[in-house]
Ligand binder design. Sequence first.
Ligand code: PLP
Length: 472
Amino acid sequence: MQTISGRSVQSRCLARVAAPGRKVCVVRAGAAVQDKPGEKVVGSAWQFTQPAGKGLGWYTGAEDGYLYVDQLRVEDIRRQVPEALFYLYSKNRVMHNYESYKKALEGLDSLPCYAVKANNNLIIMKQLAAAGSGAVLVSGNELKMAIAAGFDPSRTIFNGNGKLPWELELAVEKGVLINIDSEFDLQNIAAAARKTGKKAKVLLRINPDVDPQVHPYVSTGLAGSKFGIRNSHIKWFLDAIRAEPMLELVGVHSHLGSTITKVNIFRDAAVIMCEFIKMIRAEGFELKYLNIGGGLGIDYSHEGQVLPTPTDLIDTVRDIVKELGLTLVIEPGRSMIATSCALVNTVTGVKTNGNKNFIVVDGSMATLIRPSLYGAYQHIELTAPSTAEKQTFDVVGPICESGDYLGKDRVLPTPKAGDGLVVHDAGAYCMSMASNYNLKMRPAEYLVEDGKVRKIRHEETLEQHMAVFEGL
Ligand SMILES: Cc1ncc(COP(=O)(O)O)c(C=O)c1O
């Protein structure tokens, strides 16, 4: 008998979904790995060890100790896909995260916009667009991808402190809502509107100067930030907008930062923003939107931290939004996608330098940079149970940098070359920040969808890289 309960927060969630004590059954999933739905790319007789009941995201089988995504053993998936290193997603988990925001917003006029910067996989973007999400964009290319994915441009928002003229022209042309970030940004938006012959709908991105209590690199709403306008300068912006017939001011925006785990921080900012809204309305502008920026942080620690839910977050600002008759815009990225995914690595070898042990894997700071960039913690575990001696390891990649690591001081069973090792919560700001440093090619991506594994991105090749030099 296998029961499902787990070591992580996700595991515990799953324990509620899949009845404990259910039997693990082995199923034959003939065409399980697909390039497109219905199209088989590897092995026609693919065996999965599958716990009965529907899984939701990532968890460890309590009795067999294997790592699962939805109903599938990661070890089985590793054996079937050709790549040793790949990102693996759970569609159920992405959709569950999106639905949590949608449910939280019930009873309010709202516009939930997925932050494409977190993860720009086209297949996942298509699925979110089909589910009705809007999108928040930070470049013209993200806007082009969003259109290709089927997002309604009038339900998208264009952010950024350095938007380029061509990006603004495209945004105005498509009817995207645009955040004004500075004096020159306002002039550039107006110029794009004049050139396009279409009015631009704009929001003022105001710095509420509230401390989000997060890493400085992901803190964006303080007075010293490079983003947004000084709140002492709002009057100048209102006069400039009034003088520019091609601009229509429709709302205000604030984004404090990412990884925020306290909802009172959002409330504090919303209260300040509402004072600005009242002041701006008193100046004769009809504001519709309050955009409170990105969503919640997640439990990267896997230590069972109880974090606020989307409902907790929305409920802290619900009264303000209702009282002022506003449409609430929220731009979640991390909390929509991070928990759906893990980076699946293969162990290259284990070494020691005398006083430190290292697990060397094929993934690296080129594939997943958050630990190296922010000192971020992402939970790491092996994909199969092991009785090998537990030791403390740094999990490192092959990149020629001492800062190349995926985890430090992790207590893990000593793996063998070829074993699987995952870095959890890798859906957000991992693949979208991956690089070709050391000429490591960005890896393939797979999605578990309806109990099957579907390829959703090809591994990049050196030939593609060489092509950028062709003819030079
Ligand atoms: C303007 C803006 N909106 C939304 C987001 C998404 O934030 P998060 O991924 O924390 O939800 C970001 C990310 O920092 C952002 O800069």
